[in-house]
Write a protein that binds this ligand. Structure first.
Ligand SMILES: Nc1nc2c(ncn2[C@@H]2O[C@H](COP(=O)(O)OP(=O)(O)OP(=O)(O)O)[C@@H](O)[C@H]2O)c(=O)[nH]1
Length: 203
């Protein structure tokens, strides 16, 4: 079964847990216990094939033994980088995280990084307290070649679910392409079989 690992990153209090819980349970419960980092698991079906999804929520509280951002970036296939539209500093942190992901992933030669980073502006319902303009985030997304969404974990279940499904789909396409590159193609397999595989009767 295909394993897809997605890290939900961003500064403290931007709504990482709220987004994950909204996706997993359809509910917004307001307060989320977060004493340590956590991996949530869910089984999904994509194009009729079962997928084991792991979602990583770093939780921002410091404790000994927590993984570093670098380790989180190495662990995951895809990234949902969250900021709070009513908190400018969280946007700057998201920007730094997106740059770091690109740097580390491109450095290790991993392909298709573009479709596997989503920049997400959460708490859209707090528009009256907005500190980050939509256009500014769109510019950052264009500059970093990642996809951009703005929503509210508090108010939008469908949009939240769509983002997670889209990420899983993109990651799944990436892993299928990798698999294809590893396996010889049909005609190549036939050729290899013809040359080495089948013993011919000697006449
Ligand atoms: N108004 C509003 N509040 C939200 C939204 N999403 C999350 N919150 C609130 O923001 C606060 C922080 O949410 P969390 O989901 O715990 O944020 P987090 O990023 O996981 O925080 P840490 O675990 O500390 O890193 C909580 O009080 C949530 O109820 C939203 O879309 N709108």
């Amino acid at each position: 079964m295909n394993e897809i690992k997605v890290a939900v990153l961003g500064s403290e209090g931007v709504g990482k847990s709220a987004l994950i819980v909204r996706f997993l349970t359809r509910r917004f419960i307001g307060e989320y216990a977060s004493s340590s980092e956590c991996i949530y698991r869910k089984r999904l079906s994509v194009d009729g094939k079962p997928i084991n999804l792991q979602l990583y929520d770093p939780c921002s509280q410091a404790y000994e033994g927590r993984s570093t951002v670098n380790e989180q970036i190495q662990w995951a296939h895809g990234f949902i980088v969250v900021y709070d539209i009513s908190d400018r500093s969280s946007f700057l942190t998201a920007k730094a995280i997106v740059h770091l992901i690109r740097e580390l992933r491109l450095g290790t030669g991993k392909r298709n990084v573009d479709s596997l980073i989503f920049l997400v502006g959460n708490k859209q319902d707090l528009g009256h307290m907005r500190e980050v303009r939509r256009e500014e985030a769109q510019c950052l997304a264009a500059e970093c070649r990642c996809q951009f969404y703005e929503l509210s974990a508090a108010e939008h279940h469908q949009e939240v679910a769509l983002i997670f499904f889209k990420m899983v789909q993109n990651a799944n396409v990436g892993s299928k392409a990798k698999e294809r590159r590893r396996r010889p193609s049909g005609s190549m397999a036939k050729l290899i079989n013809n040359v080495f595989g089948k013993r011919r009767k000697s006449v």
